[in-house]
Design a protein around this ligand. Structure first.
Ligand SMILES: [Zn+2]
Length: 387
């Protein structure tokens, strides 16, 4: 079978596992593990607390020195509420495009990597190739943290890492970091005719949301700025609000979610601190003066750091050479790359087949042209590691 056919068949198998983040990814991970075993490659699984999800880590070649890590997440975003023309979990080829959930984000890359395993073991690799496949990336880079705990204690770490998120096979050297929080405003209910005797949770939530909006305006005006981004500054935004039951009741509960997407060089903690002190000093004091049981609580939803790799580094130059393309950019989406860079000090860039424009949407697809391009890149990478 041709390489393209092998990778397409592997992609068909991977898409067939419904690994939506809230489900188990074990079927897929065990498939990859037994695939690797067939080629004599040992792999380590790092499970979550429930034992229903796992990361996989493997090294192909020498184990005494670090090599290139190829990394990807195995979970996909939900298809619920999306209008698909084909079965999202059955890879379907139409007009040179492979349709299926995860085809671009990012089972296409994983399929390509697996398709090149025979080539990796049949050549004498001077430097090893490490495989790192995670779970729960789509819900805020949660799963990979357990893999990092394991890798942190390994005597030999990868020299560099390529995350195969869909970039149309262009080199991406940076993205913003993100932290998201859930806020619970606990008020005090009463008849709306007695509104001043109650604590209106919706009103206080609204005040805090407006404060977050003010911070967002300040960031847009004063920066810092990074012109490489479509939105060149740190953004704050509230995405959902829920509160109240009836117009004639002063609401005792309001919940909202907000996020900060920050430039690599900006620490979001001071923004979080400002929001928390505003809630405590300006709102909660007033709320408590009416009822002591009221308050505002913050819960962490997700936190991951931004990524920034020096575009003039040897690593970026090396990958650009393999791609025969000197361009690089920064992207609006996040990856696990910032964690590899920050926690393990591994230079990381993002480069993978397919386009982010198709990711997370109905009728997600990977073009055959991108599959081919991704395969050619891996072939050049393997050759470069045998020199
Ligand atoms: Zn992704």
């Amino acid at each position: 079978m041709k390489n393209e056919d092998v990778s397409m068949e592997l992609l068909r198998v991977l898409v067939g596992f419904d690994t939506t983040s809230y489900k188990s990814n074990l079927g897929l991970i065990e498939f990859i593990q037994s695939y690797l075993t067939k080629y004599g490659i040992k792999s380590t699984l790092v499970h979550d607390e429930s034992g229903k999800k796992a990361n996989l880590y493997a090294t192909i070649g020498r184990t005494d020195i670090g090599g290139v890590m190829l990394s990807g997440h195995t979970d996909v975003v939900p298809v619920k509420g999306q209008n698909w023309d084909t079965d999202p979990f059955c890879l379907t080829e139409v007009d040179d495009k492979l349709y299926g959930r995860g085809s671009a984000d990012m089972k296409g890359f994983i399929a390509l990597v697996l398709s090149r395993v025979p080539a990796m073991i049949s050549t004498e690799l001077n430097k090893p190739i490490h495989l790192a496949f995670s779970y729960d990336e789509e819900i805020g880079c949660v799963g990979v943290k357990r893999l990092l705990d394991l890798m942190e204690h390994q005597p030999v770490k990868p020299h560099c890492c390529i995350i195969g998120e869909p970039t149309s096979m262009e080199v991406v050297i940076g993205h913003k970091g993100k932290c998201s929080r859930r806020v619970q405003v606990r008020g005090h209910a009463c008849h709306s005719g007695q509104a001043p005797f109650g604590v209106n949770a919706v009103d206080y939530a609204a005040e805090l949301i407006v404060y977050i909006r003010q911070l967002a305006r300040e960031k847009a005006k004063n920066g810092p700025f990074d012109k490489d981004y479509e939105v060149p500054y740190t953004t704050l935004h509230t995405g959902t609000v829920n509160g109240g039951t009836a117009l004639n009741i002063v609401p005792n509960l309001c919940q909202f979610d907000f996020e900060i997407r920050h430039l690599y060089e900006e620490d979001p903690q001071y923004l979080l601190d400002k929001i928390k002190s505003y809630a405590r000093d300006n709102l909660q004091v007033e709320m408590n003066s009416i009822s002591a049981e009221t308050g505002i609580d913050f819960e962490t939803l997700a936190t991951y750091p931004g990524l920034l790799t020096d575009p003039s580094s040897e690593f970026v130059f090396y990958i650009k050479q393999l791609l025969d393309n000197d361009a690089h950019s920064k992207v609006i989406f996040g990856t696990e790359g910032g964690l590899f860079q920050q926690r393990l000090g591994i230079p990381t860039l993002v480069c993978g087949p397919g386009s982010i424009d198709q990711a997370h949407k109905p009728n997600e697809y990977l073009s055959l042209e991108q599959l081919k391009k991704g395969g050619q890149f891996l072939d050049s990478l393997i050759t470069s590691l045998t020199d």
